[in-house]
Design a protein around this ligand. Structure first.
Ligand code: HEC
Ligand code: HEC
Length: 202
């Protein structure tokens, strides 16, 4: 290593703390009540899956709940999110990202097929592909979540939240992508998206 390089290294600001998966797992016990023992969630609207969620996206969401930009006072209070340190939040997010449901038990990874006009949903999904990808797997590095790994009932509620201006989609408060969608359109979209879940692929 040459001297210039060493000097550069020494003058770098202290980097973010190294994540501690064991601590993340311990801290995540307070999430299990609603999100399931492994973060697998349940098919209802109020228990999204956390297992396998990219850490960057998850940290951003937790911050949004703490600031009240996403509304969920029960979660903030039950898990004392206001008083968890940033390092602990990083650890929890890294822990959930590392959970591989298929390895624990493939049944935990199942997403129910959603009834609805999947063919029409596929057409509507053309508007979403550039970001959430044709596969529905999103782009984790860009903070775009995988819709195909999430429960349709929860996603339905999120799309309503976007329509009602209670949650901001894609960091753009002016986003009009959902404005024209009827509830039937949303059902159709979800019917298509649910066919993209790994367990529903033929
Ligand atoms: C009292 C129940 C409850 C507890 C405890 C709880 N959550 Fe949640 N969580 C919810 C509900 C309900 C939602 C969906 C809310 C909505 O519609 O935005 C949610 C949503 C989330 C989301 C958004 C998921 C997505 O795909 O955008 C994240 C991330 C999350 N919770 C993380 C956590 C973490 C981490 C913990 C533990 C520190 C935790 N939650 C504890 C009920 C809970
Ligand atoms: C230009 C990129 C872009 C396009 C196009 C796009 N999305 Fe998104 N979407 C995002 C981003 C980024 C997020 C994460 C928002 C956040 O950080 O809260 C997101 C989040 C979501 C969520 C919330 C997921 C969760 O786990 O809570 C849903 C549902 C969703 N999008 C549905 C759609 C649908 C349906 C379409 C097509 C009609 C679509 N999106 C088109 C970028 C996009």
């Amino acid at each position: 290593m040459n001297r210039l390089f060493v000097t550069l290294l020494l003058s770098l600001p202290i980097l973010a703390h190294a994540v501690d998966l064991e601590n993340g797992k311990k801290q995540a016990r307070s999430c299990a009540l609603c999100h399931g023992h492994y973060g697998q969630g349940t098919p209802g609207p109020a228990s999204p899956r956390l297992a396998g969620t990219p850490a960057g996206y998850m940290i951003k969401q937790i911050e949004a709940y703490i600031k009240g930009e996403r509304i969920n006072p029960r979660m903030v209070v039950t898990s004392s999110l206001h008083s968890i340190s940033e390092d602990d939040i990083d650890d929890i997010a890294a822990y959930y990202e590392s959970v591989n449901l298929d390895r624990i038990n493939p049944i935990l990874n199942n997403i129910p097929l959603w009834p609805g006009d999947a063919a029409r949903g596929k057409e509507l999904y053309d508007e979403c592909k550039s970001c959430h990808r044709k596969t529905g797997m999103g782009k984790s590095r860009k903070g775009i979540p995988a819709l195909a790994l999430q429960y349709p009932r929860y996603l339905f509620r999120q799309i309503k939240m976007f329509q009602w201006d209670k949650r901001v989609h894609d960091d753009d408060p002016e986003d009009e992508i959902f404005d024209e969608l009827s509830d039937n359109d949303i059902e159709a979209l979800l019917a298509h998206i649910s066919t993209l879940a790994p367990n529903n692929k033929k």
